[in-house]
Write a protein that binds this ligand. Structure first.
Ligand code: GLN
Length: 460
């Protein structure tokens, strides 16, 4: 913990953390030391971890990257935070993020942009940009993150770390400040798939306090690591028998040449490991953008109604009456992108527009999930790029929300279907982008995390 605290201090300019508190960290490290001295041999005991500021923490502030929650201290720990503490992990601090997890570049944070450690002119990705930058710069060996439409996979890709978004419902949302509840899913970021598997063992599991938590038995996500794909292990190549689906929509126009080259090279390596490449199709890929940007804002507009200046967070200093107090508090507390989403979300849910937008989006969401059902009939995992390009320059898309939304094209449909997906570093861009990482996206069928982690680990 001391080692990482020193590194965090030295890397202040990255702005990866919203809060560090060495006293809190070292106290927790001390009790981990005591557990170890008493013979605790848990896999994670004593290891430091950084938490995305969307997870509420007792003792630490929890802002979700918003001025609305500046200084807010939760009276309880999120289930995820509690589970890692129980496993003996030591909290290093709270990481920066786009406000209420809305964004793809971390520039929507009320606490300032985060710099990509590989190339400080670039964004780290978002919304879990602080977690990704912290792991990439070795300011933390592991970090928590959340993914509603790509916020684990895309920053992992832009920052050259490994991150996994599990099947919707695997990780408890209790104490995870809500963005779009039917999509929000927590997951770990770390240096490798093997580390992510060990972290997921502690992080995932049924929680009665989350009504959409999956009631499945706990499983060991490390159980296939280092094993051959086929059960009998008789094949000479480790991944012989594995069928990798390549959706043609993920390799079409709009994909940058340097990203394509890095992904192609990774696929070659998978073939060398014994896997077969199978063409598949996900025809509704393009519709995932309008569908997601109706459903997510709709749910957000409802979830964010709780920030009214009465029960939580920021309250305007001066107001005439109750309504004026609501208005001023929300006008002052929320940033531009959050306001835009509340406006869109309220509109698509309003009488007369509900059927045309929200209901329609829900129907297409179902069809998007069916695309994947069909594709998984002919393959075991799906692979492709995480994003159409490497990380862009800080400021490049800042005032063009539509450009930012379009960059989510390869991650949104996986979230809409509730499938597990991950990003694995597979190289770098070319020319001026030579310092900017590229991530390979691996998508599995429902509940197939252990196999996906095996596939990722074999590559690493
Ligand atoms: N970029 C997407 C958005 O802005 C996804 C964010 C997320 O997954 N939290 O909504």
């Amino acid at each position: 913990a001391q080692h990482y605290l020193k590194r965090i201090d030295a890397a202040n300019a990255l702005n990866a953390f919203i809060q560090v508190d060495p006293e809190l960290t070292l106290a927790q490290a001390k009790s981990a030391d005591e557990r170890i001295a008493k013979g605790d041999t848990g896999a994670l005991v004593g290891l430091p971890i950084a938490h995305k500021d969307v997870f509420v923490t007792r003792g630490w502030r929890s802002t979700a990257g918003s001025k609305m929650l500046e200084g807010y201290v939760s009276p309880f720990d999120a289930t995820v935070v509690e589970r890692f503490a129980r496993a003996g992990m030591v909290t290093l601090g709270k990481t920066n993020m786009d406000e209420f997890a809305m964004g793809s570049s971390n520039e929507n944070s009320a606490f300032g942009a985060v710099k990509n450690p590989w190339d400080t002119a670039a964004v780290p990705g978002g919304s879990s940009g602080g977690s990704a930058a912290a792991v990439a710069a070795r300011l933390a060996p592991a970090a928590t993150a959340t993914d509603t439409g790509g916020s684990i996979r895309q920053p992992a890709s832009f920052s050259g770390v490994t991150g996994i978004k599990p099947t919707y419902g695997r990780v408890s949302r209790y104490g995870m400040i809500a963005f779009a509840s039917s999509l929000d899913q927590g997951g770990p970021m770390a240096q490798s798939a093997a580390d992510c598997a060990a972290l997921l063992n502690a992080m995932a599991g049924f929680d009665e306090r989350d009504s959409t938590s999956l009631t499945r038995d706990d499983e060991d996500y490390t159980r296939y690591l280092g094993k051959t794909w086929s059960a009998d292990g008789s094949d000479a190549k480790p991944l012989a028998g594995l069928r990798i689906g390549l959706p043609k929509e993920y390799f079409g126009a709009g994909l940058a040449d340097d990203v394509r080259a890095a992904v192609d090279a990774a696929l070659k390596q998978y073939e060398a490991l014994g896997a077969t490449l199978v063409p598949v199709t996900l025809p509704k890929t393009e519709l995932s953008i309008p569908v997601y940007y109706v459903i997510a804002p709709a749910e957000a507009s409802s979830n964010l109604s709780r920030f009214d200046g009465v029960r939580f967070g920021h309250r305007a200093a001066q107001y005439r009456d109750l309504l004026d107090m609501y208005k001023k508090s929300r006008a002052e507390g929320f940033g531009h992108e959050v306001k835009r989403r509340i406006l869109v979300g309220t509109y698509v849910l309003s009488h007369g527009y509900y059927d045309a937008y929200y209901l329609q989006a829900q129907k297409i969401r179902r069809i998007i999930a069916q695309d994947f059902e069909e594709a998984f009939k002919s393959c075991d995992v799906i692979m492709g790029p995480v994003a159409p390009s490497v990380a862009w320059d800080i400021g490049a898309k800042g005032d063009d929300p539509l450009q930012m939304y379009l960059a989510d094209v390869y991650t949104l449909s996986i979230s809409l279907a509730g499938l597990p997906g991950m990003s694995v570093p597979c190289g770098f861009g070319a020319g001026a982008n030579a310092k900017r990482p590229v991530g390979l996206q691996i998508v599995g069928n429902y509940f197939n995390e252990a196999r996906m982690l095996q596939v990722a680990d074999a590559f690493q």
